[in-house]
Design a protein around this ligand. Sequence first.
Ligand SMILES: Cc1cc2nc3c(=O)[nH]c(=O)nc-3n(C[C@H](O)[C@H](O)[C@H](O)COP(=O)(O)OP(=O)(O)OC[C@H]3O[C@@H](n4cnc5c(N)ncnc54)[C@H](O)[C@@H]3O)c2cc1C
Length: 336
Amino acid sequence: MGSSPDVIVVGAGVLGLCVAAELAGRGHAVTVLDPGGPNASSVAAGMLAPALESLLEDVSPERAGLLKRARDLWSAFAETHGLKLHREGAAWRGSDARAAIARLNALGFEARAADGGLITPDDWRIEAAPALAALGRAIGVTVVRARVVSLNGDARRWRIEGDDGRVWFAASVVLATGVAPPIPGLPVEVAATVDAIEPIRGQITAVDTPVPPRVTRAPGVYVSPTTSGVLIGATMEPGRRDLEPDLEESRDRVAAGLALLGRAGPVGQTRVGVRGGTADGLPLAGPTRHAGLHLALAPRRNGWLLGPLVARVVADGIEGRAAMADAAALDPLRPA
Ligand SMILES: Cc1cc2nc3c(=O)[nH]c(=O)nc-3n(C[C@H](O)[C@H](O)[C@H](O)COP(=O)(O)OP(=O)(O)OC[C@H]3O[C@@H](n4cnc5c(N)ncnc54)[C@H](O)[C@@H]3O)c2cc1C
């Protein structure tokens, strides 16, 4: 039998770990259960990119505002948890930079013409692997290697069983399992919600070439600097959850990315991650109809950007606090 924390988080991706760190910062004892290994969060480029995501996805002003507020939460969140943010901005190279700048400005973002495109200071960046490691080490967070095989609750508490027979009990459980299938024992309609999450496969490739000063994006490709080299991403392949790299695709994408930098270089390791998405493109974050059962799922291609927002919404729900204004857009019970 395992110990009995206040909250169990199932899944140690960016959403699970942001929720865990937020709750621990509020004084809760949190155990995170995950079998370990790569996940979408560890593969990601770590762009915190409300501006260029809003431009590329052609979102509404309301959605752009939400993405920007989510980015703003990163300042305090990173400081609290000792995470390093990179605020060098991002560059965009496209066919009509003037129209792109006008669109960004209309959505409330700063942008100026540069290098045949634009630069916005509104997009930031974080290094995924060190950030995940730091969140897992937050005081009050215990990460345990276990795959949860059943989850059963009554009005009082949840019983969580691991694949090695260990059992945990907690008043609150947060489901942050990415695109994994529903865990046996979940209430039927929660299982249906989890089942409806769309997998979106993504490939990203490391390249050994001098790092550019900032993320540089163009239609269909981006180049992101990291401390360990350059990442060239990424595909969006809805409906796919297979993890075998497609090397032909990565060769073409890397060539496009290197052309953006005006360089050549050997193709390095291609990694694959699978993001989860909902019909409206926003995550499922907050309480379910079942006492003590909360969701932190399906942030699509912006899981890193949305991490602290999801964490705050879920923690407020667990503590029974008044929900912040953006919580309604993430409510797991919102109409599909
Ligand atoms: C190539 C690529 C590039 C990306 N770039 C960016 C970017 O630049 N910026 C950005 O904001 N987003 C980016 N994303 C999107 C982002 O990575 C995802 O939205 C985010 O990682 C999803 O996080 P998650 O916590 O929901 O899921 P995951 O990271 O998949 O984590 C889910 C975890 O749950 C665990 N789990 C599942 N089932 C169980 C179980 N039964 N018991 C215990 N544990 C379980 C898994 O082991 C896994 O560790 C990118 C994604 C990809 C694929």
